[in-house]
Design a protein. Structure first.
Length: 178
């Protein structure tokens, strides 16, 4: 695999066709809805509260992905992308990193996160690599902690011995009354 892996964030869902392997709708404790999709070894999460939304992708580079993102960041080894975005009623905090560790299963990943309680998970294992190769099967997974308004993601790439992991927290900034 020689492709670079990118984090991209859009203010609204972009006009971009994806092949969905798994999907689920989740609701955070603060009422923000998440449309979660595993799209190959990638993911798309559309977060909405009223008319305000963000769409997050972690994908291999694709020339067809729209260029009007708020941010597109190449996820190089050792670099941590930690950023906060605000739009309307949403405050979106993301922390993404490329780690030199391959998780064998979604349970290995959730155990790695420590004492975190998960409301739900979504996982897709890619069986295109022969199980006889001795290599872990790649998978993409997302885990929801609705109570803390957070979701975690993992994308494993055993062929290059890395995983991309992220944590995203979505809050509703408090409105001050003067």
């Amino acid at each position: 695999m020689s492709e670079s892996i990118y984090f991209s964030l859009y203010q609204k869902p972009p006009d971009y066709h994806v092949r969905i392997f798994e999907s689920v709708d989740w609701t955070l404790g603060n009422g923000v809805t998440l449309e979660v999709s595993i799209i190959g070894k990638s993911h798309r999460v559309i977060s909405r509260k009223g008319n305000d939304s963000f769409t997050e992708f972690i994908t291999c580079f694709d020339h067809n992905l729209p260029q009007n993102s708020l941010e597109t960041k190449c996820l190089k080894p050792g670099i941590i992308h930690h950023q906060e975005y605000r739009y309307g009623d949403l405050k979106y905090q993301v922390n993404v990193k490329n780690v030199s560790q391959v998780f064998n299963t979604m349970e290995d990943f959730t155990d790695f996160l420590g004492d975190v309680s998960f409301s739900d998970t979504l996982t897709h294992v890619f069986t295109s690599i022969s199980e006889n190769s001795g290599m872990s099967l790649p998978f993409t997974g997302l885990a929801l902690n609705a109570g803390t308004n957070t979701f975690h993601t993992v994308h494993t790439y055993p062929e290059i011995n890395i995983s991309i992991i992220s944590s995203t927290n979505i809050e509703l900034p408090s409105l001050s009354i003067a």
